[in-house]
Structures are given as structure tokens and as C-alpha cells.
Design a protein around this ligand. Structure first.
Ligand SMILES: Cc1cc2nc3c(=O)[nH]c(=O)nc-3n(C[C@H](O)[C@H](O)[C@H](O)COP(=O)(O)OP(=O)(O)OC[C@H]3O[C@@H](n4cnc5c(N)ncnc54)[C@H](O)[C@@H]3O)c2cc1C
Length: 374
């Protein structure tokens, strides 16, 4: 019996589901990807764009080159879903489904914190990364505060990784000696995962980076160049680089499909959307207790594809174990690796140049692996 799968969103999550099904699903299944954009964007590279080390055009790949030939691409925005009629509402049409997959990601929203939009820059979308690049290129010394402007946000290590790489950038430009570099976080230590803390602390000590912990941003006063925490602490800086809190996709928010921030409520093992029949979700747009990371979206994509097949054939569903793997740059040409799941914390090795090289090759590796069923 022909089965119609509609996948909304073509980031690593949506692409993985589509391509795995293209290899594994019976020939008469229809696999349709609805995407608002004709390109896949390798968001990881925005960090390097901000530091003037990457061209944003190089991060975009046409979806037609990444999706398997049997996958149909519908280039349009999905406006909503009608679960009773098993239908998605598109810009200019409707599409029926037997199974629906929501892989719509999340986006930074600085307006969630008073003054953050005007008071700080960031690198979590292309336009913001280009703006930061411009401002950094004109920076001639002073005090920079980098950090976390609110939760949740994608790629938990990205602000601390950026801090280490910004140190190198300032050294190369010859202005590190006249720049004070501060890392601000709401956490009681520099990173939430305890095994990674000594690695970053060592780097901070070596490079003279100051940590401001327990700093939960409440508001900014851009005119005063000031950030104020919930308990009244103040940080001043010539330049703030604060990753804003993120929220779920507009379609999820406007249709009331998720929690108040627009994150879909998903069963953490089956990846089915709680309370909705024949609807799965994965990746950054969910409230799964995993980091919002590309590798998590890829792993979840495999489980979603397998579970769609299993559910349609009346077989037992597979369990997602929360697996994520992150290569994390710590500066000085070094990187470490954190692999973990719901039950096992990471055991990161001492940072090495080999892992650094692996991280540099990540983009090509990801683009290749997205095309495969695994
Ligand atoms: C600066 C930065 C550095 C990062 N570094 C790393 C790293 O080193 N390692 C790592 O693992 N991860 C990293 N990440 C995180 C990684 O990029 C994301 O976790 C990953 O892209 C999530 O994939 P996704 O498929 O869930 O969502 P996305 O990649 O965001 O894709 C969602 C897609 O859905 C589309 N969409 C949304 N709504 C609709 C709609 N209504 N209709 C049609 N289409 C829609 C969007 O346009 C988008 O194309 C980084 C992210 C950033 C910003």
C-alpha cells in the first residue's frame, strides 16, 4: 500500500529522514520534503563567518544536490497542519499525509530579553554573523564580554568555543594585549558538562580569559554599555557578544503546536509528538533533553525513519538513546570530542591537533553523510 510521508524542514534532521527512507522504504512510498529554502545551510560555519574566516556562500548547498533522486522537494512555507484531516497547509496549496515529520528547527530571538537586540551582537544567524564580522574588524581594543544571553540556544559549546577563537583572532590582529576578554554564563561553572570544565578552565588560565559565572542576563542598558543580571550584578563592555535565547519555528508557535517557546513536545525515545497521531518530530525544534546539535538531529533522523517504517508495518518502534557527538575547538589549533547519551556522560580526551583537523573537515563529512542512509 502506498504511503505518503511529508517532512517539513530540510536541515540535517529533515534531510536525514528523507534520505534514509529513500533507501529503505518500499518503492511505492512517496517521500516529500517541504522546505522554505532551496539551500541547506551549514550553520556551524557562522562562527567562522563572524571571525572573518569563512565565506557564508560556501556554507549553502542546493537541496537538489543533497536529497536522493526519489525524494520530491516542495519549495514553499508550511503554514500549519490539520491533524484531523492529516493535511499540511502550504503557501498556495494543501498536502495530505499518512505520516508527518516536523523538522523545523529553532531561531535566535534577541527580543526575548530587554535591550539585547540593541545592546549585543551574536553569530547565530548569517546576518548577525556578518554584522559581528564588520564590528570586530574595526575593534581596536577595550573590553569584550562573550557569553550566553538566555536558554535554550543551539550548539551549547558555541559561546565558549567562540571565546577561545576570539582570543586567537585578537592575538593575530595584535590587539589582544589591549583587550580584556570576559566569558559570562548563567551556570555555576564555565560549561554545563562537568568533564569538559577542566579543559576550558585550563585554556582560560593560559590565555587570561576571565569567567563571570552565575550571570543570568535579565536586561541590557545599551546606552550605558551595561548588562544586568537577575540578581543585580552588572557587567560593562565596549562590545557584547551574547548568544540570544532561541525559540521554535514560527509555524509551530503560531499554530500553538508546541510549548510557550514553540518547542514540540516529543517522546524522548520514540520521537513521536506527544498527543498527535502519526506525527514525529526531531532536531532543534523539539524539547528533547539533548543539546540542539547537528549530530543529534542526524541520529534522531535515523530513528524517525526507522520508526515510520516500523509503525506502518505494525512492528515495535526503535528507541533513541539520546546519542550526540560534538567536536569542540578550544583554540591553539586544538579540539576535543564529547560523545554522550541519556545515560552516559562524555569522556572528552585531552585536546589534540588531529581532532582539530577533524573539526575543520566536518563540513565535507557532514555533507557526504547526509546523502547516505546511515
Ligand atoms: C553558530 C553555530 C554553530 C554550530 N556548531 C555546531 C557544531 O559544531 N556541531 C553540531 O553538531 N551542531 C552545531 N550547530 C547546531 C546545528 O547547526 C543545528 O543543531 C542543526 O542545524 C539542527 O538541525 P535541524 O534539522 O533540527 O534544524 P535546522 O537546521 O534549523 O533546519 C530547519 C529547517 O526548517 C525550515 N523551516 C522552518 N519552518 C518551516 C516551515 N514552516 N516551512 C518550511 N520550512 C521550514 C528552516 O528554514 C530550516 O531550513 C551550530 C549552530 C550554530 C548556529
Amino acid at each position: 500500500m502506498s504511503v505518503k510521508i511529508v517532512i517539513v524542514g530540510a536541515g540535517p534532521g529533515g534531510i536525514t529522514v528523507a534520505n534514509r527512507l529513500a533507501f529503505l522504504a518500499p518503492e511505492d512510498w512517496q517521500i516529500i520534503v517541504v522546505s522554505a529554502s532551496r539551500h541547506f545551510t551549514f550553520q556551524t560555519g557562522w562562527l567562522k563567518v563572524a571571525l572573518g574566516q569563512e565565506n557564508p556562500q560556501r556554507l549553502k548547498k542546493p537541496l537538489t544536490n543533497l536529497l536522493q533522486p526519489r525524494v520530491t522537494l516542495r519549495l514553499c512555507l508550511c503554514r500549519g497542519i490539520d491533524v484531523t484531516k492529516r493535511m499540511v497547509v502550504l503557501d498556495g496549496g494543501r498536502l495530505e499525509y499518512d505520516f508527518l515529520v516536523l523538522a523545523t528547527g529553532c531561531v535566535p530571538n534577541p527580543s526575548m530579553v530587554d535591550g539585547l537586540q540593541e545592546g549585543a551582537l551574536h553569530f547565530h544567524d548569517e546576518a548577525a554573523a556578518l554584522r559581528l564580522r564588520e564590528v570586530l574588524s574595526q575593534f581596536e581594543g577595550g573590553r569584550i564580554v562573550v557569553g550566553v544571553g538566555g536558554f535554550p540556544y543551539k550548539c551549547p559549546p558555541s559561546p565558549i568555543e567562540f571565546t577561545c577563537l576570539l582570543h586567537e583572532y585578537l592575538v593575530k590582529r595584535g590587539i589582544r594585549s589591549r583587550t580584556e576578554l570576559v566569558y559570562a554564563t548563567p551556570l555555576p561553572r564555565v560549561f554545563h558538562m562537568e568533564p569538559l570544565v577542566p579543559i576550558f578552565e585550563e585554556r582560560f588560565d593560559e590565555e587570561g580569559i576571565v569567567a563571570a559565572t552565575f550571570f543570568t542576563l535579565e536586561r541590557m542598558e545599551p546606552d550605558q554599555k551595561k548588562a544586568i543580571s537577575m540578581d543585580g550584578q552588572e557587567l560593562t563592555a565596549d562590545l557584547f557578544v551574547l548568544v540570544p535565547p532561541h525559540q521554535g519555528a514560527e509555524m509551530v508557535r503560531t499554530n500553538g503546536l508546541g510549548d510557550p517557546k514553540g518547542y514540540l513536545n516529543v517522546d524522548r525515545t520514540t520521537l513521536k509528538v506527544v498527543g498527535l497521531e502519526r506525527v514525529y518530530a526531531l532536531g532543534d525544534g523539539t524539547n528533547l533533553p539533548t543539546p540542539k546539535a547537528l549530530t543529534a538531529a542526524q541520529k534522531q533522523g535515523q530513528v524517525v525513519a526507522d520508526n515510520l517504517l516500523a509503525e506502518s508495518q505494525g512492528r515495535e518502534l526503535r528507541s533513541y538513546n539520546g546519542q550526540v557527538g560534538c567536536l569542540i575547538e578550544v583554540g591553539n589549533g586544538l579540539a576535543t570530542l564529547a560523545i554522550f547519551d541519556y545515560d552516559n556522560p562524555p569522556r572528552p580526551p585531552k585536546p589534540t591537533t588531529d581532532l582539530f583537523r577533524a573539526k575543520r573537515k566536518l563540513q565535507n563529512f557532514v555533507l557526504q553523510s547526509l546523502r547516505l542512509p546511515v
